[in-house]
Design a binder for this molecule. Structure first.
Ligand code: DLL
Length: 434
């Protein structure tokens, strides 16, 4: 079994890491130029060729890539390897009807799982651990990523997926799980359920949790640590850059180390695109320098963040990112699922509703509530209560199909949703996440 505390990489000197990144970046730029016409065109439009990129110092010359590019190039336009060499897709919501589809070769899967294995190792995981993975499995990257990382570390892996909390708890107690991987809100929910079932924190064998995929606060961390009797570690990633494991927390718990041998991070001003110096707050941009099938250069994550090279007590020299502090677009994360208001609007309009709606989100007992208020048309005013309930249920079904989660839909009388003189206020988010 390999050791996923990769000291050589994780504690590499700054100079050596830069050299490694320089080499990998130059090769990656050539790879996309040769294999992805979409990229070549974007680079040509900016007047850049691979010859202009000699090191990471030249990174700023490359064009940015955004979710809009992924939508334009959907589904195969950014593929840099023949489909016959790809072995997997994973997917997440896009800004409109089109989802983001990411492709992986076997090499990409291996690197991704290595990143997740590093995260598990940094949380104290070894082959003697029992790792319960209750992130969703399927198109979402959480389950498959942590599952692969757990295998690589050699943990006994419980591929639970999310939900069915009673069964989660039964396995957790019977099989003596020591590491829990899920969203922080689900971890908090499991903590509450354990308490309701009469268990004390010391009754379980858990020692660590690896929680991410959505924003969570330090207060929530303390609450989870107390209710489960564990140390709670943050993990970050996005489908476009493989999934979880782009960055992970170590024992110091003061931010997440970025796997810099695979990803170059930059912070930019979201309005001007200007690269900001270390320590500035701005939008996080990633360049993947090892991925073969879906190698994104200067991908704008829309996550607002700060980077730091402050010395870490764990010994790792990998740069650290703070917890994301919000988004520079309108994406919401509800119950761990990425939601764009435009997706809901598309459904409403397709079903003949006026685009007068409001989304209200709150967090009750550590679970996100998701209510959508939609104005009825004038014609619907003569409907019976039963008709209206049927229409609400239809909307719930249509939105569930697109998002994968169930909202509560409330049809309200025409002209009851407050009009705005400026931008419409579509979202009322009552959760206190930062
Ligand atoms: O959420 C991948 C993931 C799975 C990360 C499991 C961690 C654990 P997406 O569904 O593509 O991928 O969503 C990516 O989620 O741009 C952030 O806005 C948000 N996000 C992910 N991790 C964190 C975190 C996965 N630790 C989007 N803290 C990202 C805050 C996070 N936000």
């Amino acid at each position: 079994m390999e050791n996923y505390w990769n000291k050589e990489i994780e504690c590499m000197s700054r100079e050596d890491m830069k050299k490694l990144q320089d080499e990998r970046l130059v090769a990656q730029v050539k790879h996309v130029w040769d294999n992805v016409p979409y990229y070549r065109k974007k680079m040509e439009e900016k007047g850049v060729t691979p010859d202009d990129i000699k090191s990471t110092d030249d990174l700023y010359k490359l064009p940015f890539l955004s979710k809009a590019d992924l939508r334009d190039a959907y589904p195969y336009g950014l593929l840099a390897k023949p489909l016959s060499e790809c072995v997997r897709i994973q997917s997440t919501s896009g800004t409109t009807g089109r989802r983001v589809v990411a492709f992986y070769t076997q090499h990409d899967i291996d690197l991704w799982e290595d990143c997740c294995a590093r995260a598990i190792t940094a949380a104290g995981g070894t082959k003697d651990d029992v790792c319960q993975v209750c992130y969703g499995y399927g198109l979402f990257t959480g389950g498959p990523g942590l599952n692969g990382g757990s295998h690589k570390v050699g943990c006994l892996t419980l591929p639970m997926s999310s939900g069915n909390t009673e069964r989660q708890i039964q396995f957790m107690m019977d099989l003596k799980s020591t590491i829990l991987c899920c969203t922080p809100s689900y971890a908090a929910y499991i903590g509450e359920a354990l308490k309701e079932m009469g268990y004390k924190p010391e009754d379980n064998c858990l020692k660590a949790g690896i929680f991410g995929a959505e924003p969570w606060t330090e207060e929530m961390r303390r609450e989870i640590e107390k209710s489960l009797g564990i140390k709670a570690y943050d993990i970050y990633g996005l489908t476009e850059t493989s999934g979880p494991g782009v960055a992970f927390e170590c024992s110091e718990q003061t931010g997440m180390h970025i796997n810099e041998d695979n990803f170059i991070a930059e912070i930019i001003d979201p309005d001007t695109g200007e690269v900001l110096p270390e320590g500035s707050k701005g939008e996080l941009v990633f360049t993947s320098i090892t991925k073969e099938a879906f190698p994104l250069l200067r991908y704008r994550t829309r996550d607002i963040c700060v980077l730091s090279r402050k010395k870490c007590s764990c010994g790792r020299t990998l740069i650290k990112m703070a917890k994301p502090m919000g988004r520079s677009d309108d994406m919401l994360i509800i119950r761990g699922v990425n939601v764009f208001p435009s997706q809901i609007e598309t459904v409403l309009i397709a079903q003949g509703y006026p685009p007068n709606y409001q989304i209200e989100i709150d967090r009750v007992k550590n679970t996100d509530t998701f209510d959508i208020y939609v104005e009825m048309t004038d014609e619907m005013l003569s409907d019976t209560v039963k008709d209206i309930q049927t229409k609400e249920a239809e909307l719930v079904g249509a939105i569930k199909t697109i998002l994968g989660i169930n909202p509560k839909v409330h049809l309200v009388s025409p002209k009851t949703i407050a009009r705005s003189e400026g931008k419409a206020v579509r979202v009322i988010d009552k959760r206190k996440l930062v």
